[in-house]
Design a protein around this ligand. Structure first.
Ligand code: NAP
Length: 448
């Protein structure tokens, strides 16, 4: 007889041991958030801004995915909105069904992903429900966070850095069965121990953006920040930026955060970022229509200098076309621009004289390998990194949550309660939470 999702939820909420969870029958169906292949052209002809995730993200019952070797099924307590769910929901820069079809052609296991619906979500916190053949490190009942580097490592190329593997994918974006689902399917090498002092929704914010920021700034594959470096951080209270600021502060650097409102500037001050630029209040116009505006780049550079006393050693880039030329211009001689995205457009234009004559470097960065994600998670575990979680929504309101991020109406991260019935659950070590919160307060005046 098929089991019920409520029995699983209750068992997790009661802290049932692994044997009890293992004895529960799995349900045949689960509730998940997905986009539909037959709707992938629904926004054709519209401007990006007006493509509305509330129309494309569906929440309904779907079948449980079949479990393969080295995979686990997770009872998802919470997930978080990432910008890639916005991209999936507006079918830009291309519908993610293209990725699923490609994966489907690769192998029988890949073919499971090529469906007429795509379950979204690249973050999760939850509990291991089942382990497939070959899984040795994780047990049913383990509390976990999930990172989104989806890779088998069969090819030689990725063995120094799994992000280089030719078949590397982002879970829930280039694979199906992502985190916005009562039960998610992951590879065992995506799992990390859930920080015991965090709630489900806090822990669900760590995987994607914290790991990405870690690689960009701290890891050897990124800008390799050192003590005293001035780091200019665009979108400094956004998903990536909120973590980037903390990595810079922890590493003895000097963050200069760029935001677009006074309220966001206040958040930065509260977490210990002294130098803040409100780009809206300052009214920077880096472009005049299709033309760049070097005067404005200079005005912006002067502002950074005025605040930090010098030009940035590192620029943390992701807005892309709108800001990239400015980022190249303002970086210090010999400095680094590290980029992982192009939210405002991926066809960048910049004056290359500022790059070569001033010996600057541009580093491309994409998510993180398992070790980098593990280190980022460990820092959260140690209480040195904490998400700026501004709001949570139930899974049924994922469309609204994605809309908020698409329209840049959010701050920090937006969490999604999947099986968690309310906020604030999942702290398995309250004393550690108290200790960490004190530590965070004294280090950086974090408010709870
Ligand atoms: P987010 O939470 O939306 O934050 C981005 C912030 O950037 C916004 O809050 C906004 O802050 C700022 N911004 C947006 N457009 C801008 C513009 N035209 N000029 C200046 N600032 C602008 O998103 P996120 O999670 O940080 O992700 C940012 C981008 O990185 C997305 O495109 C995402 O897909 C990508 N990403 C890539 C990877 C990877 O592995 N390659 C990983 C994570 C994210 P203000 O309005 O306050 O300035």
């Amino acid at each position: 007889m098929a089991g019920s999702i409520d029995a699983i939820r209750n068992a997790v909420l009661m802290g049932a041991p692994g044997e009890e969870l293992a004895a529960l029958e799995l349900p045949e169906a689960m509730t998940a958030a997905f986009v539909r292949k037959d709707e992938q052209n629904m926004f054709e002809g519209l401007e990006s801004d007006t493509k509305d995730p509330r129309k494309s993200l569906r929440v309904d019952e779907v079948e449980l995915p079949p479990l393969g070797p080295n995979e686990c099924l997770i009872a998802v307590m919470a997930s978080a909105i990432n910008f890639n769910t916005v991209w999936t929901s507006i079918f830009e820069p291309l519908p993610t069904f293209v990725f699923l079809e490609r994966y489907g052609k690769e192998s029988d296991l890949g073919a499971r992903h090529d469906l007429d619906y795509h379950i979204v979500g690249s973050d999760a916190s939850g509990v291991v429900l089942r382990t497939g053949p070959g899984v040795t490190r994780w047990r049913v009942g383990d509390e976990v966070t999930v990172h989104c580097n989806y890779v088998d490592m069969e090819a030689p190329e990725g063995h120094n850095d799994s992000m280089i593997d030719p078949n590397q994918r982002i879970w829930g974006f280039e694979s199906n069965f992502g985190g916005m689902s009562e039960i998610a399917m992951v590879k065992a090498n995506q799992l990390m121990p859930k920080p015991k002092h965090m709630t489900w929704e806090e822990a669900a914010c760590l995987g994607l953006v914290s790991s990405t920021s870690y690689r960009m700034l701290v890891g050897r594959n990124g800008a390799d920040m050192k003590q005293g470096d001035v780091v200019l951080i665009w979108g400094a209270t956004g998903g990536l930026g909120g973590f980037a600021c903390q990595y810079v502060l922890n590493g003895g650097g000097v963050p200069v955060g760029v935001v677009s409102s006074r309220e966001k500037a206040g958040i930065l001050n509260a977490i210990g970022v002294e130098h803040v630029i409100d780009r809206r209040a300052e009214g920077y116009e880096f472009w005049n229509g299709d033309e760049q505006n070097p005067k404005e780049q200079r005005r912006f550079g002067m502002k950074v200098r005025e605040l930090a006393g010098e030009d940035p050693d590192i620029v943390f880039e992701h807005p892309g076309r709108q800001t990239f030329a400015t980022s190249v211009f303002v970086a210090k001689k010999g400095g680094t621009i590290v980029t992982c995205a192009s939210t405002s457009g991926y066809m960048h234009e910049y004056d290359n004289r500022y790059l070569w004559m001033h010996l600057k470097k541009i580093i491309g960065s994409h998510f993180a390998n398992y070790k980098e994600a593990w280190e980022a998670n460990r820092l959260a575990y140690l209480g040195k990194i904490h998400p700026i979680l501004s709001e949570t929504y139930p899974l049924t309101e994922i469309g609204e949550a994605a809309y908020q991020v698409h329209q840049n109406m959010h701050r920090g991260k937006i969490g999604i309660r999947v099986l968690a019935p309310s906020d604030g659950l999942g702290v398995s070590d309250p004393e550690l939470r108290e200790r960490h919160i004190d530590q965070m307060r004294s280090f950086r005046k974090f408010s709870e």
